[in-house]
Design a protein around this ligand. Structure first.
Ligand code: F6P
Length: 321
């Protein structure tokens, strides 16, 4: 293999730059050239790409966002859009593509391989940690730290005003961020999309916030919980008459310099992606699990559900007594 390409796609995640750096440097180490595609699949179908050398990725390991830019491409959803992208890759002599992103990006990569026979490797880059086949995704650790920092600050105000604060965190349809933040932030309650009885849960919380007699509370709600933070806030206010404030953390959770765990994970997986292409693998995501590198067929990463840790969920409940 003489030349490969790399792109970032979907929501940006802290550590994507570290992954780009690792792909470029590992490929260069093996004598393989790297083409950087800008704006994800959108840029691919527009032919927006250039060669990247080892020095082009200097001084980016500590930066959030992605130097290659990213997009959620609509055109890529059509076979015509994908055919254009495949043509550009052939014109540039690209023999394999590394896609750093989440499940939407992996769908795009999978179709490129299926329809045009281009070798693709997925690198899990999303704050949501919702991909089956890897213990963690790049960006997750930093997002948890960012949300936790906000929760710690909100607790000062909650305690001073003796108020209940509902804090909504990201995670799309998964509750991984919410659960970690709840445990690490000592939250009184956590609402997850994985909750099997959402209505019953709200009623329990309402009863317990009154009976426990806590002056202030922090309640973490994953955005994927039915109705999100707004529904939980309204229900508690209406049923208890207590004063509740809602704080939706939003996109700050995607920004900032990646923490060390994300940089290390990104470096490992970027290198593993190149090695996988050189070993002739395709249509798999490289991940980490069981103490080593894992290779999961791309469709499995979105078809199989990565559940939240039930142990940790139980722990969160026990500790909020
Ligand atoms: O997948 C990352 C994520 O930040 C989710 O947590 C969130 O639901 C979504 O992206 C927001 O997407 P957008 O930036 O397009 O609003």
């Amino acid at each position: 293999m003489k030349r490969i390409a790399v792109l970032t796609s979907g929501g940006d995640a802290p550590g994507m730059n570290a992954a780009i750096r690792a792909v470029v440097r590992s490929a260069t180490y093996h004598g393989v050239e790297v083409v950087g595609v800008r704006r994800g699949f959108q840029g691919l179908h527009e032919g927006d790409m250039r060669l990247l050398g080892a020095r082009d990725v200097a001084n980016i390991i500590q930066r959030g966002g992605t130097i290659l830019l990213t997009a959620r491409s609509r055109t890529w959803r059509s076979p015509e859009g994908r055919a254009l992208g495949a043509d550009y890759l052939r014109q540039w002599g690209v023999e394999g593509l590394v896609v750093i992103g989440g499940d939407g990006s992996f769908h795009g990569a999978h179709y490129l391989q299926e329809e045009h026979g281009i070798k693709v490797i997925g690198v899990p880059g999303t704050i949501d940690n919702d991909l089956y086949g890897t213990d963690h995704t790049i960006g997750y650790f930093t997002a948890v730290e960012t949300a936790l920092d906000a929760v710690d600050k909100l607790r000062d105000t909650a305690a001073s005003h003796e108020r209940i604060f509902v804090v909504e965190v990201m995670g799309r349809h998964a509750g991984h961020i919410a659960l970690d933040v709840a445990v690490a932030g000592g939250a009184e309650e956590v609402f997850l999309p994985e909750d099997e009885h959402p209505d019953q849960h709200i009623a329990e919380v309402v009863r317990s916030s009154v009976s426990k007699g806590k002056a202030s509370s922090i309640i973490i709600v994953a955005e994927g919980y039915p109705g999100g933070g707004m529904a939980v806030t309204k229900a508690i206010e209406e049923q208890t008459g207590l004063e509740v404030r809602l704080s939706i953390l939003g996109h700050i959770q995607r920004g900032g310099s990646p923490v060390s765990s994300d940089r290390v994970l990104a470096s490992r997986l970027g290198e593993a992606a190149v090695e996988a292409l050189l070993a002739g693998r395709s249509n798999v995501m490289v991940g980490r699990g069981y103490g080593g590198t894992t290779y999961t067929p791309l469709p499995e990463t979105w078809e199989k559900r990565k559940d939240v840790s039930r142990d940790l969920y139980r722990c969160a409940k026990v500790l909020s007594i």
